[in-house]
Design a protein around this ligand. Structure first.
Ligand code: S3P
Length: 180
């Protein structure tokens, strides 16, 4: 397994902001799959969804992940909320490094993303219903894909980083015991 830390979870869970803080603290570069997709496509995520559709977006997303697997090590990687849904993507994530699921409740998503226009999947008439629907389907998949889970509701970024530090330390210790 490679030595990356990968953050997965629903839109608004703080994958990129926690990844940025963690990267600064650990002097590790942050890669964000959404930004890599935008570079590859030469357009923004809402534009890709509007002009080429979600399926095309998912194809680019899987291709970006395959490339990342070839190239990335010792990095922090923040992945789009839908990336773990494809089984082939989950298989790559498992080998790419330690996968941490930032778990968020629907009400926190709505609070954080109330005025957001950059997530095509949440531009529904009833945002709350949509977020609940998606989370119901996705949470078991995120749990399955993750080595570690952190609940982010009502926590500051500092609290999440401290918790992350502690669960990662524990996991490293457990893995060392296993190999002894
Ligand atoms: C998506 C999440 C977005 C982005 C795209 C689709 C999803 O990323 O990849 O809008 O399916 O959950 P963030 O989770 O970084 O918002």
């Amino acid at each position: 397994m490679k030595d990356n830390m990968i953050l997965i979870g629903f839109m608004g869970a703080g994958k990129t902001s926690i990844g940025t803080c963690w990267g600064k603290r650990k002097k590790r570069r942050l890669l964000d799959t959404d930004r890599l997709i935008e570079q590859e496509a030469g357009m923004s995520i809402p534009e890709i969804f509007k002009e080429q559709g979600e399926e095309r977006f998912r194809q680019i997303e899987s291709r970006v992940l395959e490339k990342l697997y070839e190239e990335a090590d010792h990095m922090v990687i923040s992945v789009g909320g839908g990336l773990p849904l494809r089984e082939e993507n989950r298989a790559i994530l498992a080998r790419l490094g330690t996968v941490v699921f930032l778990r968020i409740k629907p009400e926190t998503v709505l609070k954080r993303l109330a005025g957001d226009t950059t997530r095509p999947l949440l531009q529904a008439e009833n945002k709350s219903e949509k977020a609940q629907q998606l989370l119901k389907i996705r949470n078991p998949i995120y749990e399955q894909a993750a080595h570690l889970v952190i609940d982010v509701d009502d926590k500051t970024p500092e609290q999440i980083i401290t918790e992350l530090e502690s669960v990662l330390r524990k996991r490293t210790a457990e893995r060392m015991e296993e190999t002894e």
